[in-house]
Design a protein around this ligand. Structure first.
Ligand code: ADP
Ligand code: MG
Length: 309
């Protein structure tokens, strides 16, 4: 039996509400199988398409003069945590009941502490929301102080910083729920980024990488295993080329070398390998990168890529 923090990727969720419900039913089946084997599960997940959809809906409705208020980005993130968490906990509860497992599942709306001094705030990189013309983009920069960039010939988009996670505000509560034997969904979309302000916390428009946030979560709950589930069964070197080679094992030294050689795409596989390396370095635990389908096999050491000392 192990305490496992699972980071779910976009493919575990789908895009539309119905798609998400269907995808999550499959996700819940795998997760509850792990619970049935006696593992303690803490779930984190991405929110790219979902927070994009929520943000876009508010932006277009507000600009159509439909009377919808402008919705700040941290609030959009909170909504996406609630929306995805609802589907996940609902589907997991159903599978638990079907197998006669007396456990509960709940979502913790999670705030993740970042530093105002993080250099990411000097250089926003993460595109969010709608596409605009040059003229509209200039206006948004002036009126709202947004950072706008040209996005691959498709128009102008707002970019927000991607700071590193330092701490999880709700960590004690998450731990308590885990210790009680319940299944916790936390750090959705990397968490709502907050900074310390006026004796409390205040949301900032930024996006924390969900793989890094889940790694922080794994450290804080003292997980034995950090399990990153994505669209591929294993990590590869020379990915997508004739020399492609799928890896079963990756030690820290070799991983570092492969990162430097550019084998892992920035924004997709690189943060996963980096987060896995951090977990192994900091805790001595086991980190695995694999797909939802191969999760159980990977835990048994029969599939996936294991990152170890
Ligand atoms: P998620 O939503 O799970 O975070 P991403 O799309 O961000 O998924 O990252 C996973 C994707 O990274 C894989 O589906 C694969 O296409 C891509 N990828 C890039 N480099 C590699 C690599 N070296 N090995 C395996 N997959 C890679
Ligand atoms: Mg990703």
């Amino acid at each position: 039996m192990a305490k496992i923090v699972v980071a779910l990727g976009g493919n575990a969720l789908g895009s539309t509400p119905q798609e998400q419900k269907d995808a999550v039913a499959f996700t819940a089946e795998s997760i509850v199988s792990l619970v049935e084997e006696g593992h303690e599960i803490i779930l984190g997940h991405g929110n790219g398409p979902q927070v994009g959809m929520i943000n876009l809906a508010f932006e277009s409705s507000a600009s159509n003069g439909e009377g919808t208020p402008e919705m700040p980005f941290p609030e959009c993130g909170a909504m996406s945590q609630g929306y995805i968490g609802y589907h996940l906990q609902n589907a997991i509860q159903k599978k638990l009941a079907a197998r006669g497992i007396e456990k509960s599942a709940a979502t913790v709306i999670t705030q993740v502490l970042v530093s105002e001094e993080d250099e990411a705030f000097q250089k926003p990189t993460k595109p969010v929301g709608s596409f605009y013309s040059k003229k509209e983009a200039d206006k948004l920069e002036q009126e709202k102080g947004y950072n706008m960039i040209e996005d691959a010939g498709r128009g102008y988009r707002r970019v927000v910083p991607s700071p590193i996670p330092l701490d999880i505000v709700e960590k004690k509560l998450i731990k308590k729920l885990v210790d009680d034997g319940d299944i916790v969904i936390a750090c959705g979309g990397g968490g709502i980024p907050v900074i310390r302000k006026n004796g409390g916390f205040e949301g900032v428009p930024a996006v924390i990488d969900k793989d890094f946030a889940c790694e922080t979560l794994a450290e804080l709950v003292e997980a034995d295993v950090f399990l990153i589930l994505t669209a591929v069964d294993k990590v590869a070197i020379n990915f997508g080329t004739d020399e492609e080679e799928w890896l079963s094992e990756l030690d820290l030294e070799t991983a570092k070398k492969y990162c430097q050689e550019g084998h892992f795409a920035a924004g997709s596989m690189l943060p996963k390998v980096r987060a896995a390396m951090n977990f192994v370095e900091e805790t001595g635990g086991r980190a695995l990168i694999t797909s939802l389908e191969k999760a159980a096999q990977a835990l048994a050491g029969k599939d996936g890529t294991v990152i170890k000392k």
